[in-house]
Design a protein around this ligand. Structure first.
Ligand SMILES: Nc1ncnc2c1ncn2[C@@H]1O[C@H](COP(=O)(O)OP(=O)(O)O)[C@@H](O)[C@H]1O
Ligand SMILES: [Mg+2]
Length: 461
């Protein structure tokens, strides 16, 4: 059964039970009070008749011709009366249906039937006579029953209206609520089926539901953007893989086309090796990026950042020397809770870029900032990064036109890897203009430990 139907049924049933028992109680109170009134009238009629009977002296008793007591409308209540003696009906002027044997006297009133009429009856002993002499007085319950039935009908109609109204209101409200849910569920199904253009329309004016709908739509939007960027990424990756592969294939097929000299073979193998190296670099970068986005990353450990950075500077030393670039450092003695391999990669990527772009100088600094944050900055005196490119250089596969033209190795993944690593360590990376005149890349990482002012300040390269 649908949730909507179940809810409507449950609320209708609850309303029916609540109102039903309340109306039942009202009906009971009203009819009980009318019954008590009838009992009182009955007792009064009995007392009147008993007073009359007490005055009779003869052996044989006669019922008086007293009219019935006044009813709740104009006409007096018709009176039924009978006299018993030794279990014998002495007189039954208006009670041909008087019960036999003699009803037990002086008890509560009881119900009896006379033809089609229901009667309320009371039996009493007659003062001054033997206990066998019993007077029976009865009054019709017709008015009382008519009142009971009218009240019953009125309450039943009221109950039906209450239940109907509750059901109607519940239905409308639940429908309004579930309509929005249906819209959201519909959009979710479409998204699950692969349609990322599906959106949940706003059909309810309810603020919470509207917020939920907006959130879901924003989530689908974000999913769409993610899928699109994944597709773009794959297209870029395939494109980048294709050029070295094409080069490799070209070299190899050219080399085997005819007999070559040893010199020519060596040249072809060198070219093929170069293409293979580019392929390896690209694959490593792709792997690094893929690993960063998953849970497969190893647990962080305490890393002596100063030593790690100095090693990175030493590794970049050869390339720096070759290009005539001096690398200076100002590295504080900082430890960091991090993944060492990631930190090696981050420093290597920033250093390689700086050495690749610098005119003559690169400076590497590392210090603790604020509480537990560590800042690694790599600056150079190269051309710097133009303002309009600052956001884009961190996107995967982005390379400046000059870099492409220079045919430097690299597919534009270096800085996006740096950004992913910084973010994975609770920080981020940014670029600004360096005091040296070129670019200054600043990576901030969380999880910093002790920092000493005794940090090394030396020069290399
Ligand atoms: N130190 C720098 N100075 C100037 N431009 C830089 C520097 N570092 C990176 N860039 C710019 O950022 C682009 C992307 O760099 P990166 O992501 O490291 O690519 P790759 O992986 O090919 O080295 C480069 O093409 C270059 O335009
Ligand atoms: Mg690079």
């Amino acid at each position: 059964m649908k949730f909507r139907t179940r809810l409507v049924l449950a609320i209708s049933l609850t309303t029916a039970l609540t109102f039903g028992s309340a109306f039942g109680a009202v009906w009971r109170v009203v009819t009980r009070s009318e019954e008590r009134e009838l009992d009182e009238t009955l007792r009064e009629a009995s007392r009147d008749e008993l007073r009359e009977l007490a005055q009779q002296r003869g052996a044989t008793l006669r019922l008086s011709a007293i009219d019935g007591p006044p009813g709740d409308d104009a006409a007096p209540l018709e009176r039924f009366a009978a006299l018993y003696a030794q279990d014998r009906l002495v007189d039954a002027t208006r009670a041909t249906c008087a019960p036999r044997p003699t009803p037990p006297p002086d008890h509560a009133s009881f119900l009896m039937r006379c033809g089609k009429t229901n009667l309320q009856a009371l039996a009493s002993t007659i003062p001054g006579r033997s206990p066998d002499h019993v007077l029976l007085i009865a009054l019709p319950r017709t008015n009382l029953e008519a009142d009971e039935s009218l009240l019953g009908q009125t309450l039943a109609i009221a109950l039906a209206i209450a239940v109907g109204a509750a059901t109607g209101v519940t239905f409308v409200v639940v429908r309004r609520l579930t309509l929005q849910h249906d819209a959201i569920a519909d959009a979710a199904r479409q998204v699950a089926a692969g349609n990322l253009h599906a959106r949940a329309p706003l059909v309810s004016g309810d603020a919470e539901l509207a917020q939920l709908t907006t959130d879901i739509n924003v989530m689908i939007d974000r999913l769409g953007t993610l899928v699109a960027s994944q597709k773009r990424f794959i297209a870029h990756a395939a494109h980048e893989l294709r050029s070295p592969l094409t080069a490799l294939l070209g070299e190899l097929s050219l080399a085997t086309r005819r007999e070559r000299t040893a010199e020519e073979y060596k040249l072809a193998i060198d070219e093929a090796l170069d293409a293979t190296r580019r392929l390896k670099l690209l694959t490593e970068d792709l792997l690094a990026l893929a690993r960063l986005g998953t849970d497969a990353a190893p647990e962080p450990e305490t890393v002596a950042l100063a030593a790690l950075l100095r090693e990175a500077v030493a590794s970049a030393g050869a390339a720096a020397t070759e290009r005539g670039i001096a690398v200076t450092t100002a590295i504080d003695d900082v430890t960091l809770t991090a993944r060492p391999r990631d930190l090696v990669r981050l420093s290597k990527n920033l250093l390689d870029n700086a050495v690749g772009h610098a005119a003559s100088r690169v400076n590497v600094t590392c210090r603790e900032v604020g509480g537990a944050e560590v800042e690694i900055a790599v600056e150079d005196d190269g051309p710097g990064v133009p303002d309009e490119e600052r956001a884009r250089i961190f996107e995967p596969f982005y390379r400046s036109a000059e870099d492409r033209a220079r045919e430097e190795p690299g597919a534009g993944l270096g800085l996006s890897i740096v950004r992913e690593i910084a973010r994975a360590h609770g920080g981020d990376v940014s670029v600004e203009r360096a005091e040296l005149g070129g670019a200054r890349f600043v990576a901030r990482l969380r999880g910093g430990g002790r920092a000493t002012s005794e940090g090394s300040r030396d020069a290399a390269g």
